[in-house]
Design a protein around this ligand. Structure first.
Ligand code: GTP
Ligand code: NA
Ligand code: MG
Length: 475
């Protein structure tokens, strides 16, 4: 180099793993919040982004002042482990610099752990394994927020023996998946061998170790990648309707800066839409998806997760890039770039479908859906949930056709629209039958598969003439 330190941006870290491995809880423990407790059925439904400023990390790890950290913070993205959300795990893995794969030490590698590992291998993403729930080892003595070495020293021989045995088991399982792995403090080849960090999301053991690996080791191995550049690179994670701000999109800004009032082009199901940023918002040390008091910003620099209030983006597509247009920029070119983004997103999903992962067709499905076939109308609170519901409908033996979809709550107006289509009695019966069958089928599925992670609302459309508007609500 030229002797001048490059400005580094925060590494983006994506948390992956099987349902209930403790991904959200681990993040809660790190930021000292309680998102997990507020989730329906304890299941993460959307991707959430959390920014941890470096001061906060210093405090959490009791780091001495003379130890330098080269990054301004850490941007952590939580993903859902439920099988229906493979598309969201894909999105997270695509935009992250490093992943943390959370494994429940008492259960070892599970189905969605395997899926996550395949995803990371396929996309060449480096990762750390957090071997979580060490506090559940029989006889474990709690050492709140202690570094793992210190916590282990405090344990009896029996606990240490069980710990060792479980770690060896996971290392063997990882080997079978083609990864060499070792406990990070025994790892002599940090670059080639996957680091394992034992953690507890309940009592905090090993959390300082994990944080330090992320902010000290990660920048070392990917200095160039983390160098801040002034070109906007920004991905849409989620689309939401907010009662105060109207349509908002949750985005991750990977590089560059966004300003209030910026003119942007965003991909939607109807094609590219050009609009202005009305508000740039961040929640206070919480996740983007947690409703609360937002902080307004004039400008935000990468890497950062943020909520943007915009008009006309109800149909924005998650997983696509947001494009900023500067005065004097060629609008046609920007829109053409957005169209490319849409096809890129779709082909990525298709590519993913060819692998082990069946995570992609939803996006394609949603794109196709505007050419209504005969079927039910699906409404959900977010695009992610919508995609998951549609996928779920497809995986049921019933094969429920979907004619259309929308975001947001079901309003009286939606019900009126359906009521206006009422015609014949026999159709009502046949629709009711159909819906009852669907409801039963979904309940069965739910029992076998923890809790169904979405609120599902189905309205009959013009195909199913109905006397009373029918709204199913499956939680
Ligand atoms: P999904 O988002 O649904 O994929 O799950 P998740 O991986 O985010 O797991 P979550 O954080 O929801 O935790 C699942 C359950 O395990 C909760 O009841 C947590 O309290 C519990 N749990 C998580 N981590 C730990 C841990 O380290 N120790 C113990 N004892 N329990 C834990
Ligand atoms: Na959970
Ligand atoms: Mg979770």
């Amino acid at each position: 180099g030229n002797g001048v330190d490059m400005e580094l941006r925060a590494p983006i870290c994506c948390i992956l793993g099987h349902v209930d491995a403790g991904k959200t809880k681990l993040l809660d423990c790190i930021r000292q919040s309680n998102v997990q407790g507020g989730e329906a059925g304890g299941i993460t439904q959307q991707i959430g982004a959390t920014y941890l400023p470096v001061e906060n990390i210093r405090e959490r790890t009791s780091l001495k002042a003379e130890v330098t950290i080269k990054v301004p913070g850490l941007l952590v993205i939580d993903t859902p482990g439920h099988q229906s959300f493979s598309n969201m795990r894909l999105r997270g893995s695509i935009l992250c610099d490093i992943a943390v794969v959370v494994v429940d030490i008492t259960r070892g590698l599970e189905k969605q752990t395997m899926e996550s590992l395949d995803l990371l291998k396929h996309r060449n993403v480096r990762f750390i394994v957090a071997l979580n729930k060490v506090d559940q080892l029989y006889g474990w003595k709690t050492c709140i927020n202690a570094p793992i070495a210190k916590a282990l020293k405090n344990q009896t021989d029996d606990v240490q023996r069980e710990f060792k045995w479980r770690v060896t088991e996971v290392i063997t399982q990882l080997m079978e998946k083609g990864f060499n792995a070792a406990l990070y403090y025994e790892n002599k080849k940090l670059k080639q061998v996957v680091n394992i960090v034992p953690t507890s999301a309940v009592s905090g053991e090993g959390n300082p170790d994990l944080l330090l690996l992320l902010v000290r080791w990660v920048p070392k191995i990917m200095m160039e990648r983390l160098t801040y550049v002034n070109t906007v690179e920004c991905t849409v994670l989620e689309v939401n309707e907010d009662k105060d701000f109207g349509t908002t999109i949750d985005v991750v800004l990977i590089n560059g800066a966004l300003r209030n009032g910026d003119r942007i082009v965003v991909c939607t199901k109807q094609g590219p839409v050009t609009t202005n940023i009305r508000y740039l918002l961040t929640p206070p040390m919480k996740e983007l998806k947690v409703k609360g008091v937002y902080t307004h910003h004039e400008e935000l620099k990468a890497a950062q997760g943020m909520k943007i209030a915009v008009r006309g983006l109800q149909h924005a597509m998650a997983g696509t890039s947001l494009i900023v247009v500067k005065p004097g920029d060629d609008m046609e070119r920007a829109e053409a770039a957005a169209v490319q983004e849409i096809s890129k997103a779709i082909s990525l999903m298709n590519e993913d479908e060819k692998g082990e992962n069946e995570g992609g067709t939803e996006l394609q499905e949603i794109c196709r859906i505007k050419h209504c076939r005969d079927g039910v109308y699906v409404q959900a609170s977010s695009l992610g949930s919508l995609e998951a519901i549609i996928k779920h409908l497809k995986t049921l033996a019933l094969d429920v056709p979907v004619s259309g979809c929308n975001l947001g709550p079901v309003h009286k107006q939606d019900v009126m629209k359906t009521t206006a289509m009422l015609k014949r009695k026999e159709d009502v019966d046949s629709f009711t039958d159909h819906m009852n069958k669907l409801k039963e089928e979904m309940k069965k599925q739910c029992a076998a598969d923890a809790v169904f992670p979405c609120t599902l609302k189905i309205l009959p459309n013009r195909v199913y003439h109905s006397k009373d508007p029918i709204v199913c609500d499956v939680e």
